[in-house]
Ligand binder design. Structure first.
Ligand SMILES: [Zn+2]
Length: 506
């Protein structure tokens, strides 16, 4: 290309911002939405975007006042680095204004219910001054108010997939890496649920079309006809794709659960103003939890710095600080992520329920074994999970005297990439396990741990535990609520020293 032509192209790009040109014709930012989500008619699309703007405007005005940066100008307040987890790339600016909570494309009905409920709570609070406590109450009280709302979203039967296998196609735009990782993500869903998927060239019913859009995003639940799941650049990771498929199966984000106040607190001063509406909670009418508790390790959870205006500042704080680096993980579905789908889609799939231990349950897709909480293994979850790429782990008694465990290769040469160990530490009946880290402690350091040692001390061993990484050795001892403590070592991206811990009963 001659220098003059290059200059002209540069001028066009600069003049038009991020608008893409093909054969001289501009492609509007929402082009890929219209192309890959045909169930949204032009009217639907206009209604949805209008409602989404209203949701943003109402939440924004309510909290920051009308004199602050207007939502209409919000594109200038957006940064390319906006994302909901460090382990999940953000969508690109042209598309992000059409999405809710960073990676959800709402239907008009969903947007309508969210706005209606937001306004209802505001009316109730209209005498209150605009302040964060008021908005916080707005957010938290919405779940109570909405319990009278009979319309539902995820809980809607219409949003469930009815015909199996769920058919899907690959759009030509996908990279080879994306196709590989989508296959792995689908395999994980199939290996842990009764759900089946089938790649087809000519779909015969409602289906998913994976395509390479401007980021990772999806609609919630089955929409009807062809519905896209965007796996854009940087999204080609199994856990991230499992997350997006989770949305397509009907999962909302974990921190949007009506009971999120149990476990997290928001830091509104650190949230980019125009994304305050992305921290609203759903109502009990919109969400069916099947009695499954809030899980910090859900692959559907925001990370600590979701929508932050400063990457050194957190927007989501965990009430128990030991979970701070657990939230936002995108390695894979948690035990409870899988179980909520199994409860929704796979009830009574097996003739016989196996006697599974430690919170496991009969695998609804195979019926010849149990699905075990992380750290447990064996056909009926009565032993520790087999190690990966290392000789480590085990079921160890906690005695009166201290005993020690370490990560593989500790401290030299240290742990390697893609290893896993699981220990079940068991105190005598009526006693508890006390564990403390000693000597050197060093893990690859990230806001959400990618390499870590996890301690499950809760009475509910199905919950994800505290994940520790970075360079500061935790100084506080951990004591289990019951006689068992589960310790898991996991490395996914790096090599480092690892940990050493000692334990006994108390
Ligand atoms: Zn999401």
């Amino acid at each position: 290309m001659k220098a003059y032509a290059k200059f002209c192209l540069l001028v066009v790009v600069l003049a038009c911002g991020l608008t893409v040109f093909v054969d001289g014709a501009p492609i509007p930012p929402d082009h890929e939405l219209r192309q890959h989500f045909p169930s949204l008619s032009n009217n639907d699309f206009a209604e949805m975007t209008n409602l989404l703007d209203q949701i943003k405007q109402v939440a924004h005005d309510r909290f920051y006042g009308k004199d602050s940066v207007a939502v209409a100008q919000h594109s200038t307040d957006m940064r390319p680095s906006v994302s909901i987890s460090i382990a999940q790339p953000g969508v690109q600016v042209p598309i992000s204004r059409y999405l809710f909570e960073g990676d959800i494309l709402l239907s008009p009905l969903q947007a309508n219910v969210i706005l209606r409920n937001l306004l209802r709570v505001l009316r109730k609070n209209r005498r209150r001054r605009s302040s964060w406590p008021a908005l916080k109450q707005l957010i938290t009280s919405s779940s109570m108010l909405l319990s009278r709302d009979k319309r539902s979203l995820y809980s809607s039967e219409k949003a469930r997939w009815k015909n199996f296998p769920i058919q899907y196609t690959f759009h030509d735009s996908l990279s080879v890496d994306a196709v590989t990782e989508i296959g792995l993500a689908i395999d994980y869903w199939m290996n842990h649920t009764c759900l089946t998927f089938e790649k087809v060239s000519e779909p015969e019913r409602d289906y998913i079309e994976f395509f390479r859009g401007q980021g990772c995003y999806s609609m919630i639940g089955r929409v009807g006809g062809r519905q896209g799941v965007s796996i854009g650049d940087g999204c080609e990771r199994t856990g991230t794709i499992e997350h997006e498929i989770g949305h397509a199966l009907g999962l909302w984000h974990e921190q949007a659960r009506p009971d999120a106040d149990c476990c997290i607190v928001l830091e509104p001063d650190n949230i980019i103003n125009n994304f305050i509406s992305d921290f609203l909670q759903r109502s009990w009418e919109e969400v069916l939890t099947y009695g499954i508790p809030y899980d910090m390790g859900s692959v559907m959870h925001y990370g600590s710095t979701a929508f932050t205006n400063d990457w050194s500042k957190k927007t989501v704080l965990t009430r128990d600080a030991r979970y701070q680096r657990t939230i936002g993980q995108r390695e894979r579905l948690s035990f409870y992520d899988v179980q909520v789908i199994n409860k929704a889609y796979c009830p009574k799939h097996c003739d016989i329920d196996l006697p599974c231990f430690n919170g496991g349950y009969t695998h609804p897709g195979k019926c010849d074994g149990c699905i075990c909480p992380d750290g447990f293994g064996g056909i009926v979850c009565d032993r520790h999970e087999q190690p990966k790429n290392a000789q480590c782990g085990g079921m160890l008694p906690a005695l009166e005297q201290w005993a020690e465990i370490t990560s593989p290769g500790y401290p030299h040469p240290g742990y390697n990439i893609d290893q896993k160990c699981s220990w079940i530490l068991r105190a005598p009946q009526g006693k508890r396990v006390e564990l403390e880290f000693i000597d050197r402690f060093q893990f690859f350091c990230t806001t959400t741990c990618l390499d870590f040692v996890e301690v499950k001390a809760s009475a509910d061993v199905k919950l994800t535990g505290f994940r520790y990484c970075c360079f500061e050795r935790p100084t506080e001892a951990v004591v289990s609520e019951l006689a068992d403590m589960i310790v898991i070592f996991r490395s996914t991206v790096s090599r480092d020293v690892g940990f050493k811990a000692r334990f006994r009963y108390s």
